[in-house]
Design a protein around this ligand. Structure first.
Ligand SMILES: [Zn+2]
Length: 142
């Protein structure tokens, strides 16, 4: 597998962080400390993407190279190739939802985070149906 940095994913993440219906769930994330990568050989992978905390000693090792990261988000080409912009937004939103306000990883139910389930359905990851532009969702008070 070959992982390449994708700074444009950070720009999508910034739009998600500014989206009215989403920002209250993402406001705590310092996106400059999230590394965004893409697996570009499209070798078979189990998941579409992952969000991993950068832990010691790697955090210090990277810091010595001038790279300051708390999290790594990796999107796998095996799942992502040919998918829509909307799909990519949901994948990135899903992974960002794993970043907890206390700096720990947040887990979800077996299926999905409830809000993603509600707006995108259980089968969104397959990307066969048209998917919503989640940056345009209206804020609902829960
Ligand atoms: Zn997840």
């Amino acid at each position: 597998m070959i992982f390449k940095p994708r700074p444009e994913f950070r720009e999508i993440a910034r739009r998600l962080q500014e989206a009215p219906a989403l920002k209250w769930r993402l406001f705590h994330i310092n996106l400059d400390r999230v590394g965004f990568y893409y697996e570009e050989t499209c070798e078979k992978s189990k998941c579409a993407a992952e969000c991993l905390p950068v832990i010691e000693p790697w955090k210090s090792v990277l810091a010595d190279c001038g790279i300051f990261l708390d999290w790594l988000i990796v999107v796998y080409g095996y799942h992502a190739e040919g998918k829509s912009r909307e799909w990519l937004q949901i994948v990135l939103y899903h992974e960002l939802r794993h970043i907890g306000i206390d700096g720990r990883r947040v887990e979800h139910s077996v299926e999905e985070f409830d809000d993603i389930l509600q707006h995108c359905g259980l089968m969104w990851a397959a990307g066969r149906e048209p998917l919503p532009d989640i940056c345009r969702l209206k804020l609902e008070i829960e």
